[in-house]
Design a protein around this ligand. Structure first.
Ligand code: SF4
Length: 333
């Protein structure tokens, strides 16, 4: 169960004397929305609106909606701050979830036995227990390293789909990473960014699994194929998202210039969310360059009918980066 931090949220709304509040919740938390609105409105004078658009990360702060609704405050659940100076006060609530650390440690220990040093990583929902996890693993004689919080991941051990600096910063010291969390999205990024294997301890279903570099061969083949096709392509569409933490307009202009200097045709296509229906109607570009969330290009969007590159992969096409400097080494940064 998420820690909704209702007391803190109510206290902040009162302290700031906010009359109107915009509540942003990731999809997984939306079943709690009415409960939250009701609790906030009963405890404060504020009127609460729900943002109905995407809330994929802290990159996705609903500033435009907030301005249109003329709210005094955004309450954003599920992420840590990413946008440096949002033009609107924002309260971030981590939406922490407690893990049974003793049980998790017992279950994962056999999978760690062949490694000397492990790097502990997790998402914001579990970072409040990183110290406890480290301590309990050390009690079992496991040598644990935790990367210091930095940049887009301010909490120790925290990783994001687009930033693995806490893992990268300790990669020379560890043999394997232990990722606490659900799904393959984040641990796949760890392997792409460090080249090291990852043991996944899923606290939601109790399953322990492993992602190794072999598992990533499919991803690597797809990425290399996209770069290879792009080298010979003539027409490029450079996608720019207006989402505050995904907007890379200046980089898009730089890539456009580089592509044009190589005799390619490149046009910037500006939008909020990158959706297949909208993009596919631009049928002329053979290659799409995605300057928004890098995972859109790597993991793909259903229905996109052409190869799509990340910024870094486009720089490989331009010759300003090498593929070797990316794969297993800062792929997303
Ligand atoms: S840019 Fe992508 S991976 Fe990064 S926080 Fe936003 S949605 Fe998540």
């Amino acid at each position: 169960m998420y820690d909704l931090e209702l007391e803190r949220v109510v206290s902040e709304i009162k302290k700031r004397e906010a009359d109107k509040v915009l509540l942003q919740l990731p999809d997984g938390m939306r079943p709690f929305a009415y409960q939250l609105v009701d609790a906030i409105e009963k405890s404060t004078e504020a009127t609460v609106f729900l943002s109905g658009d995407s809330c994929y990360g802290a990159c996705d702060i609903a500033l435009t909606q907030a301005k249109q609704l003329d709210v005094d405050l955004i309450v954003h659940y599920g992420h840590t701050p990413m946008v440096k100076h949002p033009e609107m006060p924002v309260i971030y609530v981590h939406a922490s979830i407690d893990v049974n650390v003793d049980k998790m440690v017992e279950e994962v220990l056999p999978s760690l036995s062949e490694y000397k040093v492990i790097g502990l990583t997790t998402t914001v929902q579990h970072t409040h227990q990183v110290d406890e996890m480290k301590r309990k693993l050390e009690e079992k004689r496991v040598n644990v390293q935790v990367g210091k919080g930095t940049g887009k991941t301010p909490l120790d051990g925290q990783i994001l789909g687009c930033s693995y600096m806490t893992a990268i910063n300790i990669m020379d010291k560890v043999d394997v990473y232990l990722y606490i969390g659900g799904g393959r999205f984040h641990p796949t990024g760890i392997v792409m960014s460090t080249g090291k294997p990852v043991i996944v301890a899923n606290p939601y279903n109790g399953q322990i699994s492993k992602i190794s570099e072999d598992d990533l061969m499919d991803v690597a083949k797809r990425r290399v194929a996209a770069v290879t096709v792009a080298r010979n392509a003539k027409k490029f569409g450079i996608l720019v998202s207006s989402k505050p933490g995904q907007n890379n307009f200046e980089k898009a202009v730089e890539l456009q210039k580089g592509l044009k200097e190589q005799g390619k045709e490149a046009v910037i296509i500006y939008m909020d969310e990158i959706k297949a229906d909208h993009v596919n109607n631009y049928s002329e570009p053979e290659i799409l360059v995605n300057t928004a969330c890098p995972r859109i290009a790597i993991d793909g969007i259903d229905g996109i009918d052409r190869p799509m590159l990340t910024i870094n992969e486009t720089e490989v096409v331009l010759g300003t980066r090498t593929w070797e400097s990316l794969w297993g080494n800062s792929y997303m940064e």
